[in-house]
Design a protein around this ligand. Structure first.
Ligand code: COS
Length: 378
């Protein structure tokens, strides 16, 4: 895909930052020890990457979605956990406030998020509401000037380190998806706490934990959008978020290929036809995935519907990431599974991209439903 000089220059800048600054932070150790990369987040803030796609008047960098994709791709190429932390902060923790928030909410919450003064998080998933996102059990009862939230959310990215949480809760049980509302919750609201931290297969330095609402008092003015609009707000947010998971998958896939090429060079495997076949396959799929991810970003920036394209991009890029990471290990043999090389980390990290922000199966539902709607079948 043809990128403008401006985008190429931005990629160069982010790549140099990621390649030179991040490896000093002992990535492998942090991953093994399950430790959140605070120092790396500080570097993202210093580099001005915490609000890439938001206007400058809200503390952002005023760039487009394509630049944001490039950012997540290049960071994830070096450190998947940091790429995920950034993607969750921007696409999930900040974007719904930017798109659906009042001017007051944007000034109060979005600006500090975009400037990196605080981190954002997003609470949708519950023990009984994963793929079936409208099965939310967390409730929000209206009180005197506030709502009272009760329930819990699980597998929430950056739960222990975020200050602002955008969450869903049921305000009217009789209305199904249309009875769900969205709220902005601050970490220090009474009745809100963080529960169990997950110990994960991959992306171990990214923080994942449970949110607990025990009669949590949320001021009325922290309702995001209108009552009953929460499910749509979250679906629209996920349409955009899936572009960034596609970009993250692309970064991991590219990292696997780059690692493999270095191994082929040092082990003189260039003449092996089976190696050529695997490398060719990885290269073709990565190139196709890159076109799909950038195309969905371009559609979003052009103001066109992009939900089908982002689902296609996420589906294809995430399966490309797991496939590339697996092929890299096959080429490297036992070295591929050794902790002496990062290939095994890419393999473990890639799997989340097929699951988070909607599994591959969910992406296929979204793709088919959108297509049916376009063709008048639904
Ligand atoms: N944009 C705007 N509105 C949307 C939408 C979107 N992308 N997707 C759904 N809606 C609307 C529908 O139009 C419908 O409203 P109307 O009744 O006014 O037409 C309403 O939301 C309900 O939609 P639908 O009937 O399609 O909902 P389903 O319960 O069938 O769920 C899926 C649809 C499966 C696509 C949804 O539950 C989903 O995305 N699940 C995966 C959730 C996920 O990604 N979780 C990851 C964890 S968060 S990191």
């Amino acid at each position: 895909m043809f990128l403008s000089e401006r985008h190429e220059a931005f990629r160069k800048e982010v790549r140099e930052f990621a390649e030179h600054e991040l490896p000093n932070l002992r990535i492998q150790e942090k991953e093994e020890e399950n430790v959140f990369p605070k120092a790396a987040v500080e570097l993202l803030i210093r580099q001005g990457l915490t609000g890439v796609p938001f206007p400058e008047k809200y503390g952002g960098a005023g760039k487009d979605t394509l630049s944001y994709c490039i950012t997540v791709e290049e960071i994830s190429r070096v450190w998947g956990s940091l790429g995920l932390t950034l993607a969750a902060h921007i696409s999930l923790g900040s974007y719904p406030i930017y798109h659906f928030g009042t001017e007051e909410q944007k000034q109060k919450y979005l600006a500090p998020l975009a400037r990196g003064e605080v981190l954002g998080s997003f609470g949708l998933t519950e023990p009984g509401a994963g793929s079936d996102a409208s099965a939310t059990k967390t409730v929000a009862e209206p009180g005197d000037g506030h709502y009272v939230l009760s329930g819990s959310k699980n597998f929430i990215t950056t739960a222990n380190y975020a200050d602002t949480f955008v969450v869903t809760a049921v305000t009217d049980r009789t209305k199904g998806a249309k009875g769900i509302s969205a709220f902005i919750v601050e970490r220090n609201f009474p009745g809100f706490s963080i529960g169990k931290k997950e110990d994960k297969l991959g992306l171990r330095a990214s923080d994942t934990a449970t949110l607990v609402f025990d009669n949590c008092q949320v001021p009325e003015e922290n309702l995001l959008g209108q009552e009953g609009q929460g499910f749509k707000i979250f679906m629209v947010t996920l349409d955009g978020g899936r572009i960034s998971i596609g970009a993250m998958a692309l970064g991991i896939a590219q990292a696997s290929l780059d690692e493999c090429l270095e191994y082929v060079r040092t082990h003189k495997l260039q003449d092996e036809q089976w190696v050529q076949e695997k490398i060719a396959d990885m290269t073709a799929r990565i190139q196709a995935a890159r076109h799909l991810v950038y195309h969905s970003a371009w559609k979003k920036d052009a103001g066109e519907p992009f939900g089908k394209e982002s689902a296609i991009a996420k589906y294809f890029a995430s399966e490309t990431a797991t496939g590339s990471a697996s092929s890299a290990i096959s080429i490297m043999g036992l070295d591929g599974i050794s902790k002496r090389y990062p290939a095994e980390r890419f393999f473990r990290d890639a799997k989340l991209t097929e699951i988070g922000e909607g599994t591959s199966q969910i992406q296929k539902i979204v793709i088919a439903r959108n297509l049916f709607k376009e063709r008048g079948l639904l």
